[in-house]
Design a protein around this ligand. Structure first.
Ligand code: OXD
Ligand code: MN
Length: 597
């Protein structure tokens, strides 16, 4: 036990966990580079990681084929009353769940080291930041946490003798007997994996998986599920949102926070290169926003993370040059392919498809192979400071004032390029009814349409009906300072299945319209679903977009929207019973009336 630790309650918790999990040793992480290097050396020596010849201080890991993404089907919100977890979460009674998991945790770290990771979500001195302590037996998790959060002694100093922290217990669930050879990605079988949250006591217990959000507990578990429940209790917001600064040619600054489901282009939008002359975009965060009202009544957001855990396939200089420049060195790659000259590769990267690589399963792969070489949810973990368009204010302790909220998802049809809410309640309705086709970020079927309210379906740590009410309450508190709300769909297709909108840098054209709406400088038409730009309101200069494509992008089909409204009523809102705020039912009624239903 580290004798510098003065926090008695923390020491007691570590001792209790060590007694239960029975590791060979306990290591308190200090967050230094030498600690990172030692752990990476260990991972390389034990054939868990491959150093990349072509990228300085960068490593490739290959996970077990069963452990490749978040596992919503094994993610639990465990509250005393089932209703408090709500219809979008899987609930288990806390006593029962703790009993199951305590059995699994017993002796689970035998033959391994228990690492204690003190971390801060948000700049350590930010009044919006929160401290977590993750216990893990995975060196891979420690190294990723070094990049994704602020780890180390500074955090322990802030914690002092009795500071508040969120305990996050993680084990890969794979003890070693004496002399047993370890595997390159130890983890537990699916039926023993649990990603559990106890929001009433701000507690996280995760067992059996070593991958991403299942194991890097600062991210989805703390910064979204537990934080959303804390935010509700404490009157702030924890959202699945990127944060972006846009500066117009006159030097006016706008801050945008945008929520999209996993693997729907948040990182690309967060780092976009505007195609319209004179506009500048800077990235503050690509996944999570914590937002508090300041004394001026405005909502201020921080990015609680310190790095990017981005989806690799599809990332290229063409789609996101800033992401590519962020991953030149000091990066952990997971489930990417390895080229013969010691670099990584994935589908959708610039240049020629290589003749030969080692695929994410460790097998030879040659061009033309039907199976992808990189897993669809392969990831890069990179320090945010390496992003060439990181905003100079990204670590501002008070955050940045938000002017615009955006919701969206992947919809091949029905949903137009952009529409604007009539008012705050209507905006909350747009967030509450957001929908998207599912992606590989979660283990499960890909391409199915599902409602993903506020892109928080997998991440809201309490009853989603109460979460809708929280958004309404926050709007009431913000009043005239409430940001304008928009809904976008970059993914609409024509009858032949072709994308109608180029996306990426061209999305700046849509953002420009939003900023001009905030300034009251541009027009819009009223449609049944909200305000929309007329073709002439969008800056389309230099874009070779056919008039038919533009018409289709901005088309509102009343019959299709009647079907949407009926789906919201019969299959979505009905799930929330008496937890559904009346103000949202009124919004649905108003939509139906505008549609002539
Ligand atoms: C992520 C996700 O990793 O949303 O950000 O799955
Ligand atoms: Mn995400």
């Amino acid at each position: 036990m580290n004798s510098d630790i003065k926090h008695e309650q923390l020491k007691k918790w570590i001792n209790e966990v060590a007694e239960l999990c029975q590791p060979d040793q306990v290591h308190w992480c200090d967050g230094t580079k030498s600690e990172y290097d030692q752990l990476m050396n260990f991972a390389v020596q034990h054939q868990m990681a491959t150093p990349l010849k072509k990228r300085a201080n960068s490593f490739l890991f290959r996970s077990h084929p069963s452990d490749v993404a978040r596992l919503e089907s094994r993610t639990y919100i465990s509250t005393t009353n089932k209703e408090d977890a709500g219809p979008t979460n899987i609930w288990l009674d806390p006593v029962e769940l703790k009993s199951i998991m305590s059995k699994l945790y017993t002796g689970c770290m035998r033959g391994r080291t228990l690492y204690v990771i003190p971390f801060s979500m948000g700049p350590v001195q930010s009044p919006i930041a929160k401290i977590g302590i993750e216990i893990t037996d995975s060196p891979y998790v420690v190294c990723n946490m070094h990049i994704m959060t602020r780890v180390g002694t500074e955090v322990l100093k802030k914690l002092g003798t009795n500071g508040e922290y969120i305990p996050c217990l993680h084990s890969i669930g794979s003890p070693l007997s004496p002399g047993q050879k370890d595997s390159s990605w130890p983890c537990a079988p699916l039926e023993d994996k649990y990603i559990s949250h106890f929001p009433e006591e701000n507690l996280i217990w995760s067992y059996g998986s070593g991958y991403g959000g299942n194991a890097l507990l600062g991210k989805k578990c703390l910064a979204l599920r537990i934080a959303s429940a804390m935010a509700k209790r404490e009157g702030w917001m924890a959202e699945h949102m990127l944060i972006l600064r846009l500066t117009n040619p006159q030097g006016k600054i706008f801050h945008i926070a945008a929520a999209f489901p996993s693997a729907c282009g948040k990182t690309n939008l967060a780092m976009l290169t505007p195609v319209i002359p004179g506009w500048k975009a800077e990235c503050i965060g690509d996944d999570i926003a914590w937002i508090k009202l300041a004394s001026d009544g405005k909502p201020y957001a921080i990015n609680p993370e310190y790095g990017f855990f981005g989806v690799a396939p599809g990332t290229s200089y063409e789609s996101n040059s800033s992401a590519m420049d962020s991953i030149k060195e000091n990066v952990i790659f997971t489930n990417c392919a390895l080229t013969d000259d010691g670099d990584i590769w994935w589908e959708g990267m610039d240049g020629e498809v290589p003749n030969h690589v080692i695929d994410w399963k460790g097998n030879d792969w040659t061009r033309g192979n039907k199976e992808p070489a990189a897993h669809a949810n392969a990831r890069f973990t990179a320090p945010a400071r390496q992003c060439p368009v990181i905003c100079p204010d990204w670590e501002k302790v008070e955050g940045v004032p938000i002017d615009i909220f955006i919701f969206g998802g992947r919809r091949a049809s029905v949903v137009p390029l952009v529409h604007e809410a009539y008012n705050w309640d209507h905006g909350v309705f747009l967030g509450a009814t957001a929908s998207s086709e599912t992606t590989a970020a979660n283990i499960g079927a890909v391409g199915n349409l599902r409602r993903d309210p506020f892109a928080m379906q997998p991440f809201c740590g309490y009853n989603m009906g109460d979460y809708f009410q929280h958004w309404l309450d926050m709007g009431d508190r913000m009043g005239k300072n409430a940001p304008k709300i928009f809904y976008v769909n970059w993914f609409r297709k024509n009858a032949e299945g072709k994308w109608l909108w180029p996306g990426f840098g061209d999305n700046s054209r849509v953002l420009k319209w939003m900023c001009e709406r905030v300034e009251g400088k541009t027009g819009a038409v009223e449609t049944p679903i909200g305000y929309m730009p007329r073709p002439e309101d969008l800056d389309l200069s230099g874009l070779n977009l056919s008039p038919e494509f533009l018409t289709e992008l901005l088309r509102v089909d009343p019959v299709a929207w009647q079907t949407e409204a009926a789906d919201v009523e019969k299959n979505h809102f009905v799930k929330f019973g008496n937890r559904l705020p009346k103000r949202l039912t009124q919004q649905l009624d108003a939509l139906k009336k505008r549609l002539g239903v």
